[in-house]
Design a protein around this ligand. Structure first.
Ligand code: GLY
Length: 385
């Protein structure tokens, strides 16, 4: 039997476990039985998933639950970020209510970040809050979005601007499910893995320098270790600062730059969130070096490692757009992390030691971005001149 690792998110009466292992979807019945039997037993289990994940994992999950005597119904939403909207939320909530959802019902989010955020938010607001379980099937969801209780949807004004903190009752991170993940999504999730090393654990970053390729290639031991270390780091941060009054903000390393890039690229396939985070973390370390907070060698090491696993680290792979520092900074001013008109950045003193800064001079950011944009601008095509 494959090894299962168990971590706890220590939130008093809302504490919950994160299980990490290779065949957890197939064993979900045994792990969910205590929850399904809680509150007098016989709880309705309602699985929310998307069309892509349903084709890959829904049958396995339904068989596993049936094997443990847990009856479950499935509700399938379209795949993609577009499903994180009011219309899909409304439709989902109404279907669940029509199907007879009650206060003791248990929602299960089977899928990536979109399904997790949408289902978690539905669980937060249906009947003023019901229990839910996260079964994340992407690397990014396993190491970040499924843990910590941030749920929500997007609006035309921006991503995740409507939502709630609502912690799951259990997270089952089945690393075997990642075998079906496209390489590009694996890499995007890897950016969030590397983030934990860069913001607070230099030893983990050094481990990733040696094992990053194995993680991205899906080598089981390396993958389990990477997910375990990432979830342990996230669980500790969430337990210490659930509502992001302090240190949870460090998890936004690279995200001020990343969100500005994502707004320009339209939150679609042109630039995945994790790819934007990889570029953002590179820029955050370069800004830290430029401001004299961090040795330039550390910023170089960050860029080299992310590039070595084949993540983007600058504007070069985002061709075809007329980037300007002014537009990117304009997006940053509207970011929900900005406060009182001041941009917020997570900067670093060195690899493994990040801090939040709200007093970066915009001219410094403009200088960094202008350099980064011009360095990677495609050579002028003078052929027709
Ligand atoms: N993804 C950042 C956080 O959960 O706080």
């Amino acid at each position: 039997m494959n090894q299962v690792e168990r971590l706890s998110v220590a939130l008093d009466e809302r504490r919950y476990d994160i299980l990490i292992g290779e065949d957890l979807i197939a064993r979900a019945g045994e792990h969910m039985a205590p929850l399904a039997q809680a509150a007098g037993g016989g709880r309705r289990v309602m699985i929310v998933t998307d069309e892509t994940v349903a084709g890959l994992h829904l049958g396995t999950l339904e068989r596993a639950l049936a094997g443990a005597g847990i009856a479950a119904e499935a509700f399938v939403v379209p795949p993609g970020e577009a499903s994180k909207d009011f219309a899909t939320l409304q439709h989902l909530c109404e279907r669940l209510l029509e199907a007879g959802l009650d206060r003791r019902s248990l929602l299960v989010a089977l899928g990536g970040g979109v399904v997790g955020d949408l289902t978690g938010f539905a669980a937060a607001i249906l009947l003023r809050g019901i229990d839910f379980v996260q079964i994340p099937t992407t690397l990014l969801a396993q190491v970040d979005s499924s843990v910590g209780g941030k749920t929500g949807i997007d609006t035309p004004q921006g991503k995740n601007l409507v939502g709630a903190f609502h912690q799951p009752r259990l997270v089952l991170a089945d690393t075997g499910a990642l075998a079906s993940l496209p390489r590009r999504e694996m890499l995007a999730g890897y950016a969030e893995v590397a983030k934990y090393g860069l913001l607070g654990d230099a030893g983990f970053f050094h481990w990733l320098q040696g094992h990053g390729h194995a993680v991205v290639e899906g080598e089981p031991n390396a993958l389990r270790q990477a997910v375990l270390t990432s979830c342990r780091a996230k669980a500790a941060v969430v337990a210490a600062d659930e509502r992001e009054a302090g240190q949870r903000a460090l998890l936004n390393l690279g995200h001020t730059f990343a969100h500005a890039l994502e707004i320009e690229c339209g939150f679609g396939q042109d630039l995945l969130h994790g790819e934007a985070v990889a570029i953002g973390m590179t820029l955050a370390f370069e800004l830290s070096a430029q401001l004299g907070h961090c040795p330039p060698e550390d910023a170089d090491a960050v860029r080299r490692h992310l590039a070595a696993v084949d993540l983007p680290t600058g504007f070069g792979r985002l061709g075809g757009r007329a980037w300007t520092a002014e537009r990117l900074i304009e997006h940053m001013r509207k970011d929900k992390k900005a406060s009182g008109g001041r941009l917020t950045f997570v900067l670093a003193r060195r690899i493994g030691e990040a801090f939040v800064s709200r007093d970066v001079d915009e001219a410094e950011v403009a200088h960094l971005l202008t350099e980064a944009i011009t360095q990677t601008a495609p050579p002028l095509d003078l052929a027709g001149e």
